[in-house]
Design a protein around this ligand. Sequence first.
Ligand code: UD1
Length: 431
Amino acid sequence: MSAGAEPYLRITGQRRLVGELRVNGAKNAALPCLAAALLSDQPSRLRRVPSIEDVRRFLEILSVLGVESDIEGDQVAIRPSGVCGGSPPDDLAAALRASFLVMGPLLARSGEASCGTPGGDVIGARPLDVHLAGFRALGAEVESVDGRTIARAPDGLRGATFVLDYPSVLGTENLLLAATLARGRTRLVNAAMEPEIVCLAEMLNRMGAQISGAGHHTITIDGVDRLSGADHELIPDRIETGSLLIAAAATRGQVCLQGLRSEHLEALLGKLGEIGAEVRRAPAQLDITVDENARLVATNLQSLPFPGFATDLQAPMTALLTQVEGTSVVHERVFENRMQHLDELRKFGANIIARGEAPRVIGPTPLTGAAVAGTDIRATAALIVAALTAEGESRIYGIGHLSRGYADLAAQLRYLGADIEQVGSVDTLTN
Ligand code: UD1
């Protein structure tokens, strides 16, 4: 590859995925649990941390704010310096959405927090109103100046009942983090119920917080004066698990995934069953089998907050639905601009009719290899699923997105028998 050329994944499709592997810890649990480290001046240890770009960037942000860390295999040892404050550098804030998670802890701990416009996948407007209204409900003054959010609570935060307009995942996490050190009781009503919220609440409780109800619509937090460190293992990554299950089904494979929590994947497992994939489940293991001659049939789905079908699996699932018989309707109901993979899927020959937020996927369509570009983490995963089923060679560009959220998806797929290799290296600072 010539210097400066864009890296890509080269995939030769139509290899059946077969084998067993253990999934990684969850990206979307790692980031809020790392943010929790800002709440204490004592060391913590996080286990099962995925080796992804967003974690490395978040650790850089923590370092600027006074929290050092060491990566030791899949563990992160966190060493707060005792003084914590400041603001994430703007380029790092803009690199990932979860950078905004430093706001809640900094506000609670030092009475002041600020952050530039957080970045992340471009999949919709992604406003911050839920976070900001929640901080105000806890007694903070909040202003936005040139895209920078500044929040102040010089006399400390005080507990309150706050109804979230929408059960935002990061919004719930930010308010949970802030409320742990507020005076008195906070009730978060219409809170997000994602497993990652439960994982964060468990870590905070290990640190000495008093949180009940995480995983339900209403979370109650009784504020405490200080928090200690904690030793905490992250939950398995349900999106990585789901992506691998979808890839296995699309290649009519036979795959066993281990070290997971099948109860986090009910909506996907239901849909895989509806299309005709055979899934055998145990609490920590899933076996998926699709015979080469099995007849897979269409289904409809809508993405929703947990426990509904995860929006992060909508794009990979859409790629799979090109391979089933009949018309499937896919309704994206969480983000308003999360259909950018459709044009790229059509380059493989997919037959997809756009209908606003609910396109029709008509299948089965034999796909042929194509050169395509991912626009966000999960859209790139969807293109990989399509390439795995396609006849001939594909090139997937935009793979910097992939390394933000998947620890080693290409290596996992290769291990299961896919013909996939990365050509060129990803510039981790600019993707
Ligand atoms: C998190 C996940 C992301 C996942 C998403 C939905 C992380 C790091 N990212 O993102 O992978 O796709 O949950 O499961 O955990 N909204 C508002 N006001 C707000 C905040 C959000 O209206 O203040 C809206 C958004 O525009 C969007 C919807 O709520 O339409 C969902 O967003 P949210 O749950 O906040 O997603 P994230 O937490 O950003």
